[in-house]
Design a protein around this ligand. Structure first.
Ligand code: S3P
Length: 204
């Protein structure tokens, strides 16, 4: 039996398998690193992006928990935030050697200058940028974020966004994370990556 030649295999809405594999090839050993605020959708979009590109997905927070043998709320509670941040930077530095992969980072990770340098060297960073009201709606679904344990979550998020947004803006690509199906965002990311990687190849 012969294969139908002209039938593009569609992996997710509007995204052809050939575009996904071209992006995967162009990535080489680099990681796609998702950065942005809590609630921006780094893990849920990252997981789907990895499926679309057929590369592994890793969540830095989960890997930190594995390395510490403790949950993130417990690390904050018993060891404090500076200890968490040091571990976070170490774990991400190690994970970046494992590309190609999609790596979702915790909201504060990209604030570390060494982490940003390592991401620049070994990955392509994508800021998932979401409005405060979208973030707020999403973070309310989970009660395990230590930074939102005290005080008014809206105020805390707003303050963190003011500090962090200029730093997230240093990411290679920015995608608006809004309330549309995740597949739509994944499609946009793959198209932007295709464009970006092709441009980089021409420029070399
Ligand atoms: C944090 C975000 C969390 C987690 C920790 C600190 C932050 O990850 O790393 O609670 O500083 O914004 P998510 O962004 O995945 O929620």
């Amino acid at each position: 039996m012969s294969e139908p030649a002209e039938m593009p295999e569609v992996t997710i809405e509007g995204l052809s398998a050939s575009m996904a594999s071209a992006v995967r090839r162009a990535l080489g050993g680099r990681s796609i690193v998702l950065v942005g605020m809590m609630g921006a959708g780094k893990s849920s979009i990252g997981r789907r992006l990895a499926i679309a590109l057929d590369i592994p997905f890793l969540d830095a927070d989960t890997e930190i928990e594995k390395a510490a043998g403790m949950s993130i709320p417990d690390i904050f509670e018993s060891k404090g935030e500076p200890y968490f941040r040091a571990g976070e930077a170490r774990v991400i530095a190690r994970l970046l050697d494992g590309g190609p992969q999609v790596l979702a980072t915790g909201g504060g990770a990209f604030m570390n200058e060494q982490t940003r340098a390592a991401v620049r060297e070994k990955g392509i960073s994508i800021w998932l940028k979401a409005d405060l009201d979208v973030l707020l709606r999403r973070v309310k679904r989970r009660a395990d974020r230590p930074l939102l344990k005290h005080g008014d979550p809206a105020e805390t998020l707003e303050k963190l966004m003011a500090e962090r947004d200029p730093v997230y803006a240093q990411a290679d690509l920015t995608i608006g994370s809004r309330d549309v199906p995740h597949e739509a965002i994944v499609g946009e990311i793959v198209s932007m990556l295709a464009e970006r990687l092709a441009v980089a190849e021409v420029g070399q």
